[in-house]
Design a binder for this molecule. Structure first.
Ligand code: ZN
Length: 459
C-alpha cells in the first residue's frame, strides 16, 4: 500500500524517484550490451518486461486517480484534453485506461470505509507487476462474458484462478482457460435479457482504401428479427441494385448486405428519424459544381476521368458514381458548392432552413472539427461563431465554423481563441502560439510541403 505523505512531500518524493529512473535509463542506453552473452540478455529482457508491467500498474493508478481524484473534484473534460495533448494517446485509449483503472482500484466510500476493487486479484497482480497488458485483457474478457446468473463468489473464484495462471503462463493460454471456465460455469449458454442487453453492439470499422468498411458485432434478438424480415424482402430477384431487368446473381451474403442498405435507406427516406442539429436526419454529401459536372460526363463518356470521391458528413469518402445513384433516389442530401466561394448552389430537396444552410457550408469547407488535429467528423460538430455573439458576431456563413462539443467548450470558456485566416479557414490558438488550422480533414494539404503555410495565418 502507498505511503501516506503530505502533498509537498509526496510530489517531491515522486519527482525524485522519476528523475532517478530517467538517470538509470540514460545509463542503460549508454551502456553497450554487445558482449554480455545471450543468457544475460534473457535476464535483462525479463527484468525490462517486469519493469514495463510495474510501469503499467502505476499508470493505471494515476489514471484511476485522474478520473476520480481522491483529493477533490477536477473537470474530467479538461483532464482528458490535457492527457490527449501531452501523452499523445487517442481519446479511445484514455477512456479504456480510465475504465480499467476504475475496475482495479479500491476506493473510499463517503462514510470512510474501504471499498474493495471490482477485480481484486487482478488489481493486486497489476500493481505488483506480475501481469502484462495482454494478460489483463484475457482475464477481463473471460469475466465479462459470464452471464448475470453466475453467483458473485463463482466470478471471484474464476478471476482468482485466471490471474493465478496469468502470473505463470502467457496470455494465449489464459484466454483458452477463460473460455473453458466460461463453458463450465454456463454449460447451457444461458443468458438473461440483461446479459444480452450488455453484450449487444456493432462496430463499424475504418473505411478501407477501396471504400469498403467492415461491420462486426452482436445483434440482440429484436434487432435480428428486424434484420431477418428485411433480408426476406431482398429475396432473389427483388430489390436489385440496377433495376428489375437485371439477372439476380447475388450471393446470400450480398443480398443480406443489400437488405441492410435497403432498411437504412427506407428509414431515412421515411423522414421519421427526427432531426439532427437542425437537419432532418439524412445523409449529407458535399461536392462542388465542377466535380459533379465532371462526374455526370464521366458516367456517359469513358474517356473522362471520374473526379475524386465526395465527402459525407460522417467523414467518409463516397465515390461520385455512388453519389449520383443515391441522389437519384432522393435519399441523400446533396449539397453542391460553387468551386471558389464554397457557397451552396443547390441544397437537395429540403426546404431551405437558415441553420441547415449554414451547417452545409461548414460541411463543404471544414468537413469536421476545425481545432488542429481533431478528427471529429461534421456529424459530431456544433456550429461555432468565430466572433462570439457577446462581441457582436453575426450568424453569417463567413463567421460560422465546425467545432466538436469539447472543442466548442474550449472556446466558450476561453481556453482557446479562434481567428478567421486570410484563406477563410478558422485558426486556433491558446494565446501562446500563432493560430493554426486543422489539416486532419484535408489530407491533400498535409501532402504538399509545409503543412501550415504562412498564408493560413491570421490576417
Ligand atoms: Zn474537435
Amino acid at each position: 500500500m502507498a505511503m501516506a505523505l503530505g502533498a509537498a512531500a509526496a510530489r517531491e518524493q515522486i519527482c525524485a524517484a522519476l528523475t532517478a529512473i530517467d538517470a538509470a535509463h540514460q545509463v542503460l542506453r549508454e551502456t553497450s550490451s554487445d558482449l554480455v552473452g545471450n543468457d544475460f540478455r534473457v535476464e535483462v529482457a525479463e527484468r525490462l518486461e517486469f519493469q514495463d508491467r510495474i510501469n503499467r500498474g502505476l499508470m493505471y493508478r494515476i489514471f484511476g486517480e485522474l478520473a476520480d481524484p481522491p483529493d477533490g473534484n477536477g473537470s474530467i473534460a479538461a483532464v482528458r484534453a490535457a492527457l490527449w495533448k501531452r501523452l499523445r494517446i487517442t481519446p479511445r485509449e484514455i477512456t479504456r485506461r480510465c475504465r480499467l483503472a476504475a475496475r482495479i482500484r479500491g476506493r473510499r466510500s463517503l462514510t470512510g470505509a474501504d471499498i474493495a476493487p471490482e477485480l481484486p486479484a487482478l488489481a493486486a497482480a497489476v500493481e505488483s507487476g506480475a501481469v502484462g497488458e495482454d494478460h489483463i485483457r484475457a482475464v477481463c474478457q473471460a469475466v465479462d462474458v459470464l452471464p448475470a446468473v453466475v453467483p458473485p463468489a463463482e466470478i471471484t473464484a474464476a478471476e482468482q484462478a485466471l490471474v493465478e495462471h496469468a502470473t505463470r503462463v502467457d496470455s494465449g493460454v489464459v484466454a483458452k482457460l477463460g473460455q473453458r471456465i466460461v463453458d463450465h460455469l454456463n454449460p447451457d449458454g444461458l443468458f438473461s435479457d440483461q446479459d444480452r442487453a450488455r453484450r449487444r453492439g456493432l462496430t463499424l470499422g475504418r473505411q478501407g482504401p477501396d471504400g469498403m468498411s467492415k461491420l462486426s458485432g452482436l445483434l440482440d434478438p429484436q434487432a435480428r428479427a428486424y434484420f431477418e424480415a428485411v433480408a426476406a424482402a431482398v429475396r432473389p430477384g427483388r430489390h436489385l441494385p440496377d433495376g428489375p431487368e437485371e439477372r439476380d446473381e447475388r450471393s446470400p451474403a450480398q443480398r443480406c448486405h443489400d437488405a441492410l442498405k435497403l432498411g437504412m435507406a427506407t428509414a431515412i427516406s421515411s423522414g421519421k428519424l427526427g432531426t439532427h442539429r437542425g437537419h432532418p436526419v439524412t445523409v449529407v454529401v458535399a461536392t462542388t459544381l465542377a466535380e459533379l459536372n465532371q462526374a455526370a460526363h464521366a458516367a456517359i463518356d469513358p474517356a473522362i476521368a471520374m473526379p475524386p470521391p465526395a465527402h459525407t458528413g460522417g467523414g467518409s469518402r463516397l465515390p461520385m458514381r455512388d453519389l449520383i445513384a443515391m441522389a437519384a433516389n432522393t435519399i441523400c442530401y446533396l449539397a453542391v458548392f460553387d468551386d471558389h466561394t464554397k457557397r451552396p448552389l443547390y441544397l437537395g430537396r429540403q426546404k431551405r432552413i437558415a441553420t441547415a444552410e449554414q451547417r452545409l457550408i461548414c460541411y463543404a469547407r471544414d468537413r469536421g472539427c476545425t481545432q488542429p488535429n481533431c478528427l471529429a467528423p461534421g456529424y459530431h460538430c456544433e456550429v461555432h461563431h468565430a466572433n462570439p455573439w457577446a462581441r457582436g458576431g453575426h450568424t453569417n456563413a463567413n463567421n460560422l465554423y465546425f467545432a466538436c462539443g469539447p472543442h466548442h467548450t474550449d472556446t466558450t470558456d476561453g481556453h482557446q481563441q479562434t481567428i478567421v485566416t486570410t484563406t477563410g479557414r478558422l485558426g486556433w490558438t491558446d494565446g501562446t502560439t500563432p493560430p493554426h488550422i486543422n489539416h486532419a480533414h484535408h489530407p491533400e494539404e498535409l501532402l504538399h510541403g509545409n503543412p501550415d503555410p504562412p498564408d493560413d495565418e491570421a490576417a
